[in-house]
Design a protein around this ligand. Structure first.
Ligand SMILES: [Fe+2]
Ligand SMILES: [Fe+2]
Length: 627
């Protein structure tokens, strides 16, 4: 314990020792007392100096008081000492830092007054380090608060200040714009008023933690706008000492994260969509990482197809999972191609986990993100199903083809039956339709008409005179020229044929061709007197073949005149009544020997045929009975 006795004074110091009561007080006081001369040298001091500053008394006695002041306080203290010397009486107060024995400084409030003699002054020091610290802290807090308020006011980001009870004390324009309130309206509200109920508990925890720990609390929540709508925000709560009366406050820095939330939602939906697409794909799909080709993910179909659980595949190579031992070289080869962006489909064999072999088509597609290669989609399609489907399709097509053939045969048989019907009634034209049919087909084929159209022309020719079935046999068989009435009657056979055929649903316009087979390009034909452009080419071909056969072959009213006569006759009519190209084609066919009726009529349609009547007189160029 330091001695209560004042330290020995210098020999020349005119100072009396203190009274015992004063001495006791000075010994026990926590305040620093000392007396110094006007020269500033300390004469005596009490034990509190040692307790506060760590000195022994003798360390300070006879040392100048100002020597221990903080250099920054020396200048400010000089006027006080001058004033003490000048005033000689009265009290002066000085706040100055005094150096401790360990070199640190402590703040003291020094009260200076004249000492017990005119040459002494008395100093009383009360430590105020803590008070100074608090003052400085408060100043710093206030400065920080002002600084933050300035920033917040000018910030484009929403900002608000509130007290520990959650009451809004202030806000900037960005915050007011975000929520649709005015600044005055907000100051009457609390954070709870601005926050959905489901966030209240967490909000309270965060605010309490911010005020209790002083640590910034950052989290995401929603705020309620004045119109009731919600806005997602990120919020950072920073609690500070607050205003001079000491009430803690906090600042809330807020970011509108609507765009980010919407983007996250879009991303989530998109990811879910792609995941769904991936998992529900009908093909087995594996995703491999670029480089080491290890499986990252497989879809449900892959697991089902190859018999693996998803967890068994991830991190392994497809070569080890699904490539049969016998095809390992091929697998390695595909891997090398995969590295070189292999994406061509290939049919091969892969195996299930249980060793079952599967026919598959493989396609591997490189996944890129800009310039970066991320991995591969490898798709496996079960070609057994495809092959079964292809076989089934081939069978269906074959069956359809057979059905069509059967149908066409049925049509043809129907047409032939019709043809036979009329030829039985008109023996003189027996075989006529068959021969006309053969010649018309030859012309149409040489002219390059499609095979199906040629078939239609053949069918039409086989029944082109079917309308004669309605004409009395004696007129059809009449030798010699027909009278006007008879000729008119014969000419009805075109329309009669049309009427018979029009009700039959055939893939060719048989009824129309038959209707027009006596029409002529110059309008001289019958029954409608159609002209060029109104008559089917099929009917024009049939007309030429009909004339050539009629002249070439025997008729009831005359003997056969021969093919040459027939060709000469159609040449006379070519370009006027008959189609020039059709006539030329017919002439070419016959003259070059590509066609002859002898070959065409090998298979007569009627059982027997009568020769022309005796006494028949041929009249050249009189083909009025041609039908
Ligand atoms: Fe006819
Ligand atoms: Fe005919």
């Amino acid at each position: 314990m330091p001695s209560a006795a004042p330290v020995p004074r210098p020999a020349d110091a005119p100072v009396r020792p203190p009274l015992s009561l004063l001495e006791a007080y000075l010994n026990l006081s926590e305040e620093l007392f000392c007396e110094a001369g006007y020269d500033g040298f300390i004469r005596w001091l009490n034990p509190a100096w040692e307790r506060h500053l760590g000195y022994k008394g003798e360390d300070l006695v006879d040392r100048p008081f100002v020597e221990f002041l903080h250099p920054a306080d020396v200048r400010t203290s000089r006027p006080f000492f001058r004033e003490i010397r000048r005033m000689r009486t009265g009290l002066l107060t000085l706040e100055a830092r005094f150096r401790c024995a360990d070199g640190t400084y402590k703040w003291f409030s020094w009260t200076l007054r004249q000492g017990r003699s005119p040459r002494l002054f008395f100093a009383l020091g009360r430590e105020m380090t803590e008070q100074k610290f608090l003052e400085e802290s408060l100043e710093q807090a206030q400065a920080r608060m002002r600084f933050m308020q300035d920033i917040a006011e000018s910030s484009i980001h929403p900002f608000a200040a509130g007290d520990a009870g959650g009451r809004i004390l202030g806000s900037n324009k960005a915050f007011q714009d975000l929520l649709g309130y005015t600044g005055a309206e907000l100051e009457g509200l609390t954070w709870k008023d601005l926050t959905p109920v489901r966030h209240h508990r967490r909000d309270s925890r965060r605010h309490e933690a911010a005020h209790r720990t002083g640590k910034v609390q950052g989290y995401e929540k929603e705020l309620i706008r004045k119109d009731g709508s919600l806005v997602p925000v990120s919020i950072f709560i920073h609690a500070v000492a607050g205003d001079p009366d000491g009430s803690p406050i906090h600042f809330a820095f807020i970011r509108d994260i609507s765009d980010r939330k919407q983007a996250e939602e879009r991303l989530r939906v998109e990811k879910a969509y792609w995941e769904r697409l991936f998992q529900s794909a009908p093909d087995a799909i594996a995703i491999e990482r670029f480089g080491d080709l290890k499986v990252v993910n497989v879809n449900d179909r892959f697991c089902e197809f190859f018999g693996y659980e998803r967890e068994e595949t991830v991190g392994r190579r497809l070569n080890d999972l699904v490539v049969p031992e016998s095809l390992r070289k091929e697998g390695d080869s595909l891997d090398r191609r995969a590295i070189a962006e292999w994406d061509a489909p290939m049919e091969t064999v892969r195996c299930r986990k249980d060793g079952t072999l599967l026919d598959v088509a493989i396609q591997s597609v490189l996944i890129r993100d800009g310039e970066n290669s991320l991995g591969y989609y490898t798709l496996y399609r079960d070609t057994r199903q495809v092959k079964r489907a292809e076989a089934s399709l081939r069978e269906s097509r074959e069956e359809l083809r057979r059905s069509l053939e059967r149908m066409e045969r049925a049509w043809e048989q129907t047409i032939v039956a019709l043809s036979n019907t009329v030829e039985r009634k008109d023996p003189y034209t027996a075989g006529h339709q068959r021969r006309v049919s053969e010649l018309a087909c030859a012309i149409a084929t040489r002219m390059g008409l499609a095979e199906d159209r040629v078939r239609g022309i053949r069918m039409a020719a086989l029944v082109h005179d079917i309308g004669k079935i309605n004409i009395p046999t004696d007129i059809l068989s009449k030798p010699g020229r027909l009278g006007d009435m008879e000729r008119s009657l014969v000419r009805t056979h075109s329309e009669s044929g049309y009427q018979i055929l029009k009700g039959i649903d055939l893939p060719w316009p048989l009824a129309e061709i038959v209707y027009q087979h006596h029409e002529r390009l110059d309008g001289s034909g019958y029954p409608l007197g159609l002209k060029n452009g109104e008559i089917l080419l099929d009917a024009q071909i049939l007309a030429v073949a009909d004339i050539v056969e009629a002249i070439s072959w025997d008729r009831p009213y005359r003997p056969a005149l021969g093919v040459d006569t027939a060709l000469a006759e159609i040449q006379l009519l070519a370009g006027t009544a008959l189609n020039q190209e059709v006539v030329d084609t017919c002439s070419t066919l016959v003259s070059e020997g590509s066609f002859s009726f002898a070959e065409a009529s090998d298979a007569p349609l009627v059982a027997e045929r009568k020769g022309p009547p005796q006494g028949f007189l041929f009249q050249p160029r009189d083909f009025s009975n041609l039908d």
